[in-house]
Design a protein around this ligand. Structure first.
Ligand code: NAD
Length: 356
């Protein structure tokens, strides 16, 4: 029987509770689709500071590298807020991304029909089939470029540099084209080519690579226009590819369309098959340990892992369908609305399992 080895990084706050539900769903899916999952737990974030004195010990990196894929809960909490900057739980996240060479961040913005009312966007604007995938470059651009402080004519100044090599652009753009090929074959590249030289190189590169994907319809949008279009007519998008900083902002904007932070999964991919899968929310210390957290973003992260790292698309679809069905009747407190049955984190995991 095919066996997948998964590094399990539960992290802090609600991390252990939500990952426990995701594991339950993963195991049930495995049983149904004829594969096995072996978990290798490892510490990251605050728990790693407690146990090893640092947010990402080498043993965790080694376990992640040895695994087929990584499932992460969330990190951080008030207990570690006084740690020095380089030793905070969140720096474990940045380090794991660079240690595993995770240069592509995938964030779907989808809306489950029963949750349409929770979205701040009007029903008629959302339409019937909102399903956007934002592909964000994760290890280059202005967040990693040269920065500093200087003085000009006695006035203090600061600068940050947006710099991309053509190789960095090519690899993320290819991920996006491959993604578009598996979806509706439409790709929007977002830049600021009317102003930025790095964006002009970005656009040239997209146009060159587009020739290798004649089936994909490509268009370019300036980032300011894209930000507007996302709330004006989100249904026009299939795959969006963009730089680190633009992707950071646009993916948060797009996530609001779904109406709840507890619903959104994400993937970070390297050039190989493996990847790191996690909900987009944090460790929610305000509700940790109360069995109140919404585990669906983490459960949907497992679905993404099955689709993008483990080549089990039918198993992924089964999880997404079960989540959709569960939402018709059951709600954790964050997405509760009248007429539905309020359930705990554990109960939501059980409901998804029973609907698989
Ligand atoms: P957060 O996402 O943890 O919480 C924001 C709000 O959303 C809170 O009210 C929380 O209760 C709620 N929420 C989040 N996830 C939920 C879920 N699954 N179910 C129900 N409600 C949910 O963001 P924050 O409060 O700004 O940060 C808390 C801690 O998490 C901080 O230490 C922060 O640095 C860390 N953080 C970690 C990550 C990560 O691990 N990837 C991401 C963001 C923040």
């Amino acid at each position: 029987m095919k066996t997948y080895k998964i590094a399990l990084l539960k992290g802090d706050g609600i991390g252990p509770e939500i990952v426990e539900q995701a594991v339950k769903v993963f195991d049930k899916t495995a049983e149904k689709f004829g594969f096995k999952v072996e978990y290798d737990p490892a510490d990251i974030g605050g728990i790693a500071i407690d146990n090893y004195g640092e947010p990402l010990p080498q043993i965790t990196i080694d376990k992640c590298k040895a695994a087929d894929s990584v499932l992460l809960g969330a990190v951080g909490g008030p207990k570690w807020d006084t740690q020095p900057a380089g030793n905070r739980p969140e720096s474990g996240l940045l380090k794991i991304r660079s240690s595993l060479g995770l240069f592509a961040n995938l964030r779907p913005a989808v809306i489950f029909e029963p949750l349409k009312k929770a979205s701040p966007i009007k029903d008629e604007i959302i339409g019937d089939n909102l399903d956007i995938m934002i592909v964000r470059e994760l290890t280059g651009g202005i967040y990693f470029g040269q920065r500093g402080r200087t003085e000009e004519n006695g006035i203090p100044c600061a600068y940050d540099t947006e710099k991309y090599s053509v190789n960095e652009i090519e690899r993320i753009v290819k991920v996006a084209f491959d993604m578009a090929m598996k979806r509706n074959k439409k790709l929007t590249s977002v830049d600021k080519a009317n102003v930025l030289e790095s964006s002009r190189l970005w656009r040239e590169t997209v146009n060159r690579i587009a020739k290798e994907y004649p089936e994909v319809e490509v268009n370019h949008l300036y980032v300011d226009n894209c930000a507007m279009q996302l709330v004006r007519n989100p249904g026009q998008f299939d795959v969006i590819v963009t730089s680190n900083i633009f992707g950071d902002i646009l993916s948060d904007e797009a996530s609001m369309i779904s109406g709840s932070i507890g619903m959104l999964a994400s993937a970070s991919l390297s050039s190989g098959k493996s990847g790191l899968y996690e909900p987009i929310h944090g460790s929610a210390p305000d509700i940790a340990g109360q069995n109140k957290a919404n585990p669906l973003a983490t459960i949907l992260s497992v679905a993404m892992m099955l689709k993008y790292s483990l080549d089990e698309p039918e198993a992924a679809q089964a999880i997404e369908n079960a989540v959709g069905k569960a939402l018709e009747t059951y709600r954790t407190p964050d997405i509760y609305e009248e007429g539905k049955i309020k359930v705990t984190c554990t109960e939501m995991g059980d409901k998804v399992c029973s609907l698989l």
